[in-house]
Design a protein around this ligand. Sequence first.
Ligand code: CTP
Ligand code: MG
Length: 379
Amino acid sequence: MSDLKVSAIICAAGKGERAGFDKNKLLVPLYGAPALWHTLKKFDMPEISEVIVTASAKDFKEISALCKPFSYKVVRGGKTRTESVKNALNEVTGEIVLIHDGARPFLSKELILNAIDGVKKFGSAICAVKLTDTAVCGQLGLVTDRLDRDSTFRVQTPQGFLTEDIRRAYELSGKAEYTDDSAVYGEFIAPPRLIDGEEGNKKLTFAEDFNAEIPPLKCGAGLRAGIGIDVHAFGDGNSVTLGGIKIPCDKGLVAHSDGDVIIHALMDALLSAGGLKDIGHYFPDNDEEFKGANSAELLKRVVNFLKGENLVPCGASITVQAEKPKLSPYIDKMTEVLSGILGIERQAVAISAGTSEKLGFVGEGLGICVYALVTLKEI
Ligand code: CTP
Ligand code: MG
């Protein structure tokens, strides 16, 4: 079962009538991008081989544009969700298919992986959460029956199946309408298997679901990012210190310290990610203590400052713009030095270098400019 190809269907062909916008709710912005985009993004993972998205004739162009960067296939939906899923199933080529509502952008990637595992183990996997409220049946304003809360679930998507099973179920269902796929599978194939859904995996149904109270998208809780930029001018000398290494050059860098412009940008990025003040605040350039200072030692101090804030580095991405010296022979050594000081794996530090095509102060050989981006983790 481990090498089965997995496809996903994302249903987006609805009208979103209950939300009451002037267009399909899935095309209304959520955190600055159409709600559907967030759902599409979640399925962009190596474990999923193909994604098929249903779209109405009205939204076809707009949804196709959203799907293009992901190379997802777009098919025409039908009048009802049931019809839309049937159309999409015709296009599926994987042995396993996950069917998901475009209106649920908050699911985690783990939930998608669990659903795939569930199908491999049990033949079907329906994400569902237990009720926390007491549930009753009612008619004409009167309670007519009580449901056992411990065996009553709210069913979500994704719902995963073996493709041949769910295809057969839909074929057998004829013209009947269903609100989800587990109902079709349950009626014609077998009782579907429940797996743990997520409380956060809410469906955008009403306009107020787009308000800020909805749970924020999971984007690596406890992670902080920071950016730092530094520039130093060339001056007299016959070497430069970059990334903690002395490199021969026909010029030096003008600085109060050793002029390690890479480490300075990196320190500023780290301080910024930690919500601290900038490098000039902690190591003023008019302070005798820092005259000719070894920047690598200052970087160690910054890492310690962060520890004091319960923060540790997890990655750094550094871009150097310099017409000279040629840096490629020294990148590995710099990576080793910096990852050692930051206390992270070498692969978590990336240094790239390039020239500025003779343009601007870098291109004219007047100095070096460095951009650094880091992430920190709360401990
Ligand atoms: N859907 C679909 N084809 C349809 C109807 C619905 O692909 N003919 C999709 C919706 O785009 C949505 C999901 O199925 O992502 C779940 O449906 P629902 O939340 O009911 O969305 P809408 O039908 O768009 O909303 P409403 O019922 O309020 O009109
Ligand atoms: Mg609907």
